[in-house]
Ligand binder design. Structure first.
Ligand SMILES: [Fe+2]
Length: 521
């Protein structure tokens, strides 16, 4: 008999009261007095999606085989506690969360009723085990006059291709937020570049994705960056499979099998991140999950996190033998105005939000590079189809919205391309007569290898809108937003990032309020 059927049967026979002491005993065994043979909190803790009065807190019990064999584990009851002080004396919020194997023993708690713009400390307890302590902070009130927003912009952390020294640096900074814009895990391997090894092969099932996340989450530097600051998260392609677009993977797998894989990947993503909502159980295939979001940082900034994968049109002019992105020269499909990178609903939501925003700065955090990198060849302009260059009408609609609505002081933040970029965004790319409408910063990868200098040089030369681009170093960008100006500091270390590496400042740029376009400092 299924558990649910048993409960119905018990209720129908009025046995619920008689069973109550037994249920309590089970609960106590799983929560209050459980003795663990192995520490279940080895994946660390995290916080995210901060609001003025709430924040999402996360952990996942990694249950060893020995502990799994013990009866009474499921459902496990986990106590989540929030404190106003670092010494953990003033507890201001707590809740008991129930979790089980179905959700990978992940724990998501939304701490409510908190004070705006304040630091908090949190931890989890299950039986006799206690998690490491995390620190987080709430957002300011919507109408608050805020003098500063400091965030780290990061992406692309192939585990095999380097150490997470950038995360150790992020953990040490005084920050309001970490904004991670995708490629949190990689499904693929390149043995030639491996400083350390993935366990297992390419993940396709829920259990395989769980193992991959557990490996990444086991890294102490990554854990430190999560425990130090709240994160805003957006995914790109490698959280599922390289270059996937909406319901298609580059191998042109049958729809049902790819959507099963996407559902597994999204479920695992949710289970390992501080997110309030997971996959939508009512969606076809169970493979849909709303991740795009908007956060206000007082009157200083509105921040949108944009999903560039789940709703996009397939890449234009694919190789007939495999889908995904590639470099094309003659491709009429690029001129199809109906093609979209964000999907129509997300576009409409974003444009409405941009037009209505009264914040000083409008920050768009999204996966990839918006400014053009295409180059001239004897066969015509060569365009890489997976990034915004492959969706020129979608890029134009975004910039037209800024122009038509006089939406000023827009900063776009991106990742994916494994290089530091500062760029100007115009309606007509690279055309001096077309006004600069927004400023772009793309942060290099935490570890993943970058483009060669020769390829990058061709892109720089063909695109004067690119003010700065360097692909040879790994790291992240520190973005400091103040009412009069926003600065970007690229903090990097040479590739590959080793255990003892230190980060240093590669370059700094500023955008003045009322004057779009990054200027080197
Ligand atoms: Fe990447």
């Amino acid at each position: 008999m299924q558990r649910r059927d048993f409960h119905r049967w018990a209720q129908a026979h009025a046995l619920a009261i008689a069973l109550a002491p037994w249920q309590q005993a089970v609960g106590q065994a799983s929560s209050d007095a459980r003795r663990w043979r192995d520490n279940p909190f080895t994946l660390g803790v995290a916080s995210g999606q901060p609001r003025a009065e709430s924040v999402v807190l996360w952990t996942r019990l990694l249950v060893s085989a020995q502990d799994r064999a013990d009866p009474g584990l499921d459902p496990a009851r986990v106590l989540c506690e929030v404190f106003a002080d670092e010494a953990l004396r003033q507890r201001v919020w707590h809740s008991e969360i129930t979790t089980d194997a179905q959700r990978g023993h992940s724990v998501h708690a939304v701490a409510q009723g908190l004070t705006p713009a304040r630091m908090y400390w949190y931890r989890f307890r299950c039986g006799e085990a206690t998690s490491p302590t995390g620190r987080t902070r709430t957002a300011p009130r919507a109408q608050a006059d805020v003098g500063r927003l400091r965030l780290a912009l990061a992406s692309c952390q192939h585990y095999e291709q380097g150490e997470y020294v950038a995360h150790a640096d992020i953990a040490q900074q005084e920050l309001d937020l970490v904004v991670f814009v995708g490629d949190y895990i990689y499904e693929s391997s390149n043995p030639r570049l491996a400083l350390r090894k993935h366990t297992g092969g390419e993940p396709k099932t829920l259990d395989e994705y769980r193992l991959r996340y557990a490996l990444y989450k086991s890294d102490p530097n990554l854990q430190a960056a999560h425990a130090a600051h709240p994160w805003l998260l957006m995914w790109d392609d490698h959280e599922v499979v390289n270059d996937y677009a909406n319901d298609r993977d580059p191998r042109n797998s049958p729809l049902a099998s790819f959507m099963q894989r996407r559902a597994a990947a999204y479920q695992a993503y949710f289970e390992h991140q501080p997110l309030a909502l997971g996959p939508d159980p009512g969606s076809p295939w169970g493979a849909s999950m709303r991740l795009h979001d908007k956060l206000s940082w007082g009157r200083l900034a509105d921040i949108w996190t944009l999903d560039c994968r789940q709703y996009r049109s397939p890449q234009a002019c694919p190789d007939p033998n495999r889908g995904g992105g590639r470099v094309v020269t003659q491709c009429a499909e690029l001129d199809d105005a109906s093609r979209t990178l964000l999907g129509n609903a997300q576009e409409a939501w974003l444009y409405d939000g941009l037009r209505q925003s009264t914040a000083t700065w409008k920050v768009l955090a999204q996966a990839t590079q918006i400014s053009p990198t295409s180059v001239n060849t004897p066969l015509g302009r060569a365009t890489y189809t997976d990034a915004w260059d492959g969706y020129p009408h979608a890029r134009r609609r975004l910039l037209q919205t800024l122009a038509d609505g006089n939406v000023a002081d827009v900063l776009t933040l991106g990742g994916d391309v494994h290089m530091n970029v500062a760029a100007q965004l115009r309606l007509q790319p690279n055309d001096d007569n077309s006004p600069v409408l927004a400023s772009e910063f793309v942060a290099t990868s935490i570890t993943s290898r970058g483009l060669s200098e020769s390829v990058l040089n061709a892109a720089r030369t063909a695109n004067p809108d690119i003010v700065y681009a360097r692909a040879d170093e790994r790291g992240y960008a520190l973005i400091d937003i103040q009412p009069h100006a926003a600065t970007c500091e690229f903090r990097t270390t040479p590739f590959p990032a080793g255990t003892r590496a230190d980060l240093s400042v590669q370059a700094r740029f500023q955008v003045e309020r009322g004057r779009a376009g990054p200027v080197k400092l």
